[in-house]
Write a protein that binds this ligand. Structure first.
Ligand code: NI
Length: 221
């Protein structure tokens, strides 16, 4: 049901062509000049080449990343799921719930707004605050992981349904100017950033469990 709702919202794009086209023209013109590419055909303002985005590659990566994230939650105890190397760090459970909320309230929403609702203010997010406000570390890891995986599947389905998205469309907000392609690329990078964090948590927990033994023989971390 939620996917259908998303599609419906996405369908608004046809109702708002004027503002979007003006913004798009500005972005494409600038980027083409800066990298020295020529318009596809000179003379008309609507024939500039759009920046390429290999949607198949990226949606495939999204699915693969989800599998990697999932694998790092398998077979771990409840104690390990909530454990953190120090009070300032996040636990595995907090990372998974962060990914879940980012998936449904940040990246997907913002790509949708840039593509389909130009100039409409983005719904606010509070990723750091949510960790405690929403009590991520009190949740169940299995359920949290399933929640994230479901949202990721919705994202991939939604992305595959996009009709000719303009990845150069952009929005200027208080902290910078971002194209839809920038947010989409950041979405992928965000997976890797938190995969690294999950690996670091596994590393730290291994050292913690191994005490008083040392792991230097493994090599430098
Ligand atoms: Ni993050």
């Amino acid at each position: 049901m939620e996917i259908l709702k998303w599609r419906k919202l996405g369908g608004n794009k046809d109702a708002e062509p004027q503002v979007k086209d003006i913004l798009t023209f500005g972005t494409i013109g600038t980027s083409l000049d800066s990298i020295g590419r020529s318009p596809v055909q000179a003379g008309t303002s609507d024939t500039f080449e759009r920046s390429p985005m290999d949607l198949d590659f990226f949606t495939n990566q999204m699915t693969l990343h989800a599998g990697s994230i999932h694998s790092l939650t398998l077979g771990i105890s409840d104690e390990q799921a909530r454990w953190k190397p120090d009070p300032e760090k996040w636990s595995i459970l907090e990372v998974i719930n962060h990914l879940y909320d980012e998936e449904r309230e940040d990246f997907r929403v913002r790509v949708d707004y840039i593509l389909h609702r130009p100039s409409v203010p983005w719904p606010p997010i509070n990723p750091k605050g949510w960790v405690t406000e929403r009590a991520y570390n009190q949740r169940d890891l299995l359920q949290s992981t399933e929640d994230f995986l479901l949202e990721r599947r919705k994202s991939v389905a939604w992305l595959k349904e996009l009709a000719n998205p303009d990845w150069d469309a952009f929005e200027t907000v208080a902290f910078g100017k971002f194209s839809a392609g920038d947010i989409f690329a950041a979405w992928m990078a965000h997976d890797l950033l938190h995969l690294r964090q999950l690996i670091e948590l596994h590393w730290a927990y291994t050292l913690h469990q191994a005490e008083p033994f040392q792991v230097n023989y493994a090599g430098e971390w």
